[in-house]
Write a protein that binds this ligand. Structure first.
Ligand SMILES: [Ca+2]
Length: 544
């Protein structure tokens, strides 16, 4: 099993460098010389350490270190914004021609973009469970979207690690790894405050009748008359609350987790939202999933998320804490090929197709092919992270916990599988970044015995998928360096490689241990939530 922490002296040195040196000297001379980001994508290097490349678009000048820069010994704050189901290529900075994402593009120009920080799982619950606990899906409690699964009391989340180190902790958005009345509820997992949706099915409506704050129901007046319309647009409610919380954290380092629901469906937003005004009459003639204007709504919701990212960053500037806050922006799982037809076989927005080359990652959300695992992952920390950098370092969402722990000066729990990205983030020399011996994913939607498996070691990736009728499985082997689209199965040509990856898969898997239901009156499946879900279905049919 991998031990994730970088050695103490190394961590301390990096932390000191991070806090003391406002402008990395390396920023001026990227070690590998010019290399366009598109090339880094097409054949992203696996094991070699970070490839720093010049920005795709001219980056605004890094603001000069100000007096607001933290003194040595002060620790940075953290914000992690997660956009639900946001695909790898679904932003204009990647060359996407249909989506409007000026603030995301600017985020990338001001920070570092990773080409290969992968999802923790192929669907939200699994990936979030891996993110929050720093453990891969062979170890963490949730490994698919199966119902009635939650984090265990024994699980140690990012919020618990940071709260233990004196950080203020809060989350606003979709939790998805434990309902009310279970051990997985966010207020039992280190969050002083969590406001939003606890259950992923609840989160399908942007106009819920209620939201949940630290386990308590918070009614949303004016909602309940159809799941795509209402007076209280949840994203706006939660963004406002998050900004209020941010304003109240004067002087205390904080961890703010923002797992927003856009652009995940169902797609609805207020009619007077400027983002809707931009897309409503655009006349894309594509099939919707639920309504005829779904594609327009999807684009508008991504624009809402983009605008909201800008609001959060602007607020950091206003509060004078931009230079002392590391902001991470990522998806949770690979993009879904929504709005598909014969003309758009990869989906209208083609989240897994490189708009510049047409190259496509195989599969999408829910699959362990690259399409289900490739997510955008960006990090911004003015004065510390080189503006416009691109890294091909291979990692995944479990790496976030040890990264933040290292910066907070907190101990990373020994059971964590992730490895701190701090050396890469701070532009350290190649050898200073620890590499994963291997990365592991599984998905137990069809049960533990029939689990889907993927193992990655450097450029090699092995997958176990069900045969057509689902009674048995077979293994496949791909070399992602030569075959990023996972088309050429090499399992017969390189059986020795497959055998070693299968051995790693054996090693990585532990039988899942589910969390506890503490109050069955509240937990999912019990009467109240069951009634709500039934009611939701009724409204859905009636009002959609
Ligand atoms: Ca998701």
């Amino acid at each position: 099993m991998e031990r994730p922490t970088i050695s103490k002296c190394c961590a301390a040195a990096l932390l000191a460098a991070a806090l003391a040196a406002p402008s990395p000297a390396r920023a001026a001379d990227p070690p590998d010389g010019p290399r366009p980001p598109a090339a880094a994508d097409a054949a992203a290097p696996a094991t070699p350490a970070p490839t720093l490349a010049p920005p795709a678009t001219p980056a605004p000048a890094t603001p000069p270190p100000s007096s607001a820069a933290p003194a040595l010994g002060e620790r940075p704050s953290f914000i992690h914004i997660v956009l639900d189901d946001w695909g790898y290529y679904e932003w204009a900075g990647m060359g996407h021609g249909r989506l409007h994402t000026p603030r995301i593009d600017r985020f990338a120009a001001e920070g570092m973009r990773f080409t290969q920080i992968l999802a923790g799982g192929a669907v939200g619950a699994a990936s979030r469970s891996a993110l929050l606990t720093g453990r891969h899906t062979g170890h963490t409690a949730l490994r698919s979207n199966r119902r009635r699964r939650q984090l265990r009391d024994a699980d140690v989340t990012i919020a618990e690690v940071l709260r233990g180190a004196g950080y203020a902790t809060a989350g606003f958005g979709k939790w998805g790894v434990g309902d009310r009345g279970t051990s997985g509820a966010p207020e039992r997992q280190g969050f002083e405050l969590f406001f939003g949706y606890y259950h992923p099915l609840h989160a399908i409506t942007p106009f819920p009748r209620y939201l949940v704050k630290n386990g308590e129901i918070v009614p949303q007046p004016g909602n309940g008359n159809g799941i795509l319309r209402g007076a209280a647009f949840s994203h706006a409610v939660l963004l406002r609350a998050a900004k209020d919380w941010l304003r109240a954290q004067a002087g205390r380092p904080f961890y703010l987790y923002l797992p927003w629901t856009p652009p995940h469906g169902l797609w609805g937003l207020p009619k007077d939202d400027p983002a809707w005004q931009r897309f409503r009459d655009i006349g894309w003639n594509v099939p919707g999933e639920y309504t005829r204007s779904d594609a327009q709504r999807y684009a508008a919701l991504l624009a809402v998320a983009d605008r909201s990212i800008g609001e959060v960053l602007d607020l950091l500037g206003e509060l004078g804490i931009a230079d002392s806050t590391l902001v991470i922006l990522s998806g949770d799982n690979g993009g879904h090929s929504y709005f598909r037809n014969r003309r758009h076989p990869a989906g209208f927005f083609a989240p897994n197709v490189d708009p510049k080359t047409g190259a496509r990652f195989r599969g999408g959300k829910g699959s362990l092919y690259e399409g289900g695992l490739r997510i955008p992952f960006l990090a911004r920390w003015p004065g510390r992270i080189q503006a416009g950098a691109v890294s091909g370092h291979l990692g995944y969402l479990p790496d976030v916990l040890p990264t933040l722990a290292a910066l907070a000066g907190a101990e990373t729990p020994p059971q964590v599988d992730g490895i701190s990205l701090l050396p890469t983030l701070l532009g350290a020399a190649e050898g200073e970044q620890r590499q994963h011996r291997y990365l592991y994913w599984e998905d137990d939607r069809a049960g533990e015995k029939k689990r889907l498996i993927a193992v990655r070691m450097g450029e090699w990736k092995a997958l176990r998928t069900p045969r057509r009728l689902g009674f048995s499985h077979r293994w496949w082997l791909y070399h992602l360096g030569e075959d990023p689209g996972e088309q050429n199965d090499l399992s017969r040509h390189r059986p020795e490689v497959l055998a070693s990856l299968r051995a790693l898969a054996e090693e990585a898997h532990q039988p899942p241990q589910n969390g506890e239901v503490l109050d069955s009156k509240q937990a999912f499946g019990a009467s109240r939530t069951g009634r709500v879900l039934k009611a939701l279905r009724r409204w859905f049919v009636r009002w959609l």
